[in-house]
Design a protein around this ligand. Structure first.
Ligand code: TRP
Length: 327
């Protein structure tokens, strides 16, 4: 059995970049019976950028629903909210005490923010340590992440090594796994799809919005009736991503000039809309059944907590702490 773990920030609506960058891979890993997957909504991490309780609740729920609709089979994976497991924040403290200041200073999330002259809080600085706690509590071996998170997984590995060296074998050394081919999805403007660029297509947008977004995908300027190079066309990149069954014909039509961007986009919309039809139905049914969502989250939290608490107890003992009187 290989233990896989990953967390996702709950900072808004999931978009196609999230799906192809991460969720699709997470689902494939879950469906492989030789894996044991731990997937959680990293809600505590969102406080480093915003502390707005109403927005927080909205984003937390939408993160949970998106993952349940698109990825999670609660029979196969342990699915939970980071904030349900208090061991994460306690381990953060113990790990902090072993973390060299310089290691965090090299963290790119922190460096990027301060380089832009933005004010960073201490939590943003120690963000990678909370992420290390998320990973190390569960003896995760493989951590599937986007390219931008690879450094954080390295840091978790460094901290595990340091801890093991100081206290004896305690933590498994995690490794990141980055899916190369689909790391970056082009956004509406052709740049990497990202919330911070405002060029995203939300997976669960309503039909009208989704259509409007797809119709606004940026393309080269080619006159109608003229051939288009399918290799350089953004819309074509999406047709491939969504495994259009008529790809060969479409490419031929591009080359002969018998299809324009407008028609290609209309076809793409149909493809995308159908692709997520089941997930959309699942999400809607869960959204209308909060008790079922609670049941799944409770089950996940119970399973996760049993593992996390045992590991935490081990760590406490290593530091010389006696058993908690309240335990
Ligand atoms: N920082 C990750 C992101 O922004 C989310 C995350 C939090 C995470 N804890 C994690 C990912 C632990 C993997 C493992 O995407």
């Amino acid at each position: 059995m290989t233990r896989i773990l990953t967390g996702m920030q709950s900072s808004g609506k999931s978009h196609l970049g999230n799906y192809f960058g991460m969720m699709k891979q997470a689902k494939a890993l879950q469906d492989n019976p030789s894996n044991e997957c731990f997937y959680f909504v990293a809600d505590l991490h969102s406080f480093t950028s915003k502390q707005d309780p109403e927005l927080f609740k909205q984003n937390q729920l939408s993160g949970v629903l998106d993952w349940l609709a698109l990825v999670i089979d609660p029979e196969k994976s342990v699915f939970y909210r980071q904030s349900d497991i208090r061991a994460h924040t306690e381990l953060l403290w113990y790990l902090s005490c072993l973390t060299p200041f310089g290691l965090m200073e090299r963290g790119h999330a922190f460096k990027d923010k301060t380089a832009k002259g933005l004010e960073a809080n201490v939590a943003l600085f120690t963000y990678p340590i909370l992420m290390a706690a998320d990973i190390l509590l569960y003896d995760a071996e493989i951590v599937p992440v986007g390219k931008d998170q690879a450094q954080h997984v390295e840091m978790a590995r460094d901290l595990a090594q340091k801890f093991n060296h100081h206290f004896g074998d305690t933590f498994v050394l995690p490794e990141s796994q980055i899916k190369e081919e689909v790391q970056t999805i082009p956004g509406l403007d052709g740049a990497k799809m990202s919330k911070s660029y405002g060029n995203t297509i939300e997976i669960f947008a309503d039909e009208k919005t989704m259509k409007k977004k797809i119709m606004s995908l940026k393309t080269e300027s080619v006159e109608l009736g003229q051939p288009i190079d399918p290799e350089t066309c953004n819309v074509m990149a999406y047709h491939r991503l969504f495994e259009n069954p008529n790809l060969a014909k479409l490419e031929a039509d591009y080359r002969s000039g018998s299809i324009g961007f407008g028609d290609s986009k209309k076809q793409l919309f149909e493809l995308v809309w159908d692709y997520f039809a089941d997930a959309r139905a699942r999400r809607e049914s869960l959204a209308n059944n909060p008790a079922e969502v609670e049941r799944i989250l409770k089950l996940g939290a119970q399973k996760a907590s049993a593992i996390a608490e045992a590991k935490l107890q081990n760590v406490r003992t290593k530091f010389g702490l006696s058993a908690n009187h309240l335990a």
